[in-house]
Write a protein that binds this ligand. Sequence first.
Ligand code: PEP
Ligand code: MN
Length: 294
Amino acid sequence: MDNKFPGKDITEEDLKSKFPLASSNNEKKIIEIDETVSFGDNQKIPIIAGPNGVENKDLIFRCCEVLEKNKIKLIRGNIYKPLTFPYRSKKYFDIGDEGIKILESVKKNFDVKIVTEIMEENKFELLKDVVDIIQIGARNMQNFPLISRAAEEKKPILLKRHFGCSIRDLLGSAEYAMIKNNHDVILCERGVSAPHTHRSSSRFLLDIQAIPAIKDNSCLPIISDPSHASFWHKWVEPLSLGSIAAGAEGLMIEFHPDPRNAAVDPLQAINFDEFSKLVSKLRNLSKVLNKTIV
Ligand code: PEP
Ligand code: MN
C-alpha cells in the first residue's frame, strides 16, 4: 500500500478520520483540575508526585506533607499495581482494596487531588469517591473496554503511552475516551523500548521528541514521567528539566521517604530532599519559560 507521506506515520487523513476529536485540528484542550491547577493552558505546569505504591497510611501522609510544603497539589500513588511478575513477595506488593480507606483519609486530611491507576472495570465503583484523575497505565493503553469505562466516570483520565506503541496508537486510544464524551484526557510520555534499552544503563528511553510531536498532532495536553522512563533516580532531575524545556505540560515524579526500601520500583524514586530541590529547580526553569509550576 502506498504511504501517502513517506516517513510519517500520522497523515492529514488520520487527523480527520482516525482521531478527529484528539487531533490538533481542534482548539487546544485545557483540563482544569481546580482553581489553581490546569493542564494545557500554556502557562501552568502541574506536578503529580508521590510514591509508586500506597504502602501504608503513614507513608502517603508523609508524602502529602512534603507536597504541601512545596505547594504541589497532585498526589500519585497506586493501590493496584501492574507488576511484571505474578509472584508477589513480601517485598513487592500492592495493597489492593485495603488502600481505598487510606486514600479516603488522604482526601479528608490534605488539600491534594488523587491520581491513581485503575486496572479493572469492577474497581471504578469502589474508587469513584477517592480518585480525582484516573490513571490508565502503559500496559493498559490499548485496553479499549477499560478506557471506555473510565470515560464514563466523567473525571479526567491520565493515559500513559505504552512503551511499544506509536503516537498514532496513543491518539487512537485517547479517541476511545473522547468518543464517549469525556474530552479530559491528559497524555503521558513514560519511555519507550528501543534496541538498546532494558540493559543495565536504561530500562526505557524517554522519548522527549514525542512531546513536540504530540503537540503538533493533538489538542490534548502531554506530560512526562521521567521516573518510569529511566528507572533510575539519578536521572529524574535532568530528564524532568529536559521535558519541561521541550514543552511538556506537566510531570509525574516518584518520590519516597526511603526510596531504596520502597515496596515497588526502589531504584527510580527520589527522596524528600531531592524532590524539594527538584521542585525549586523546576520553578527557576519555568520562570525563564514564562510558566508556573503548580
Ligand atoms: C505507574 O505509574 O505506577 C506505572 C505503573 O507506570 P507505567 O504504566 O507507565 O509503567
Ligand atoms: Mn511504577
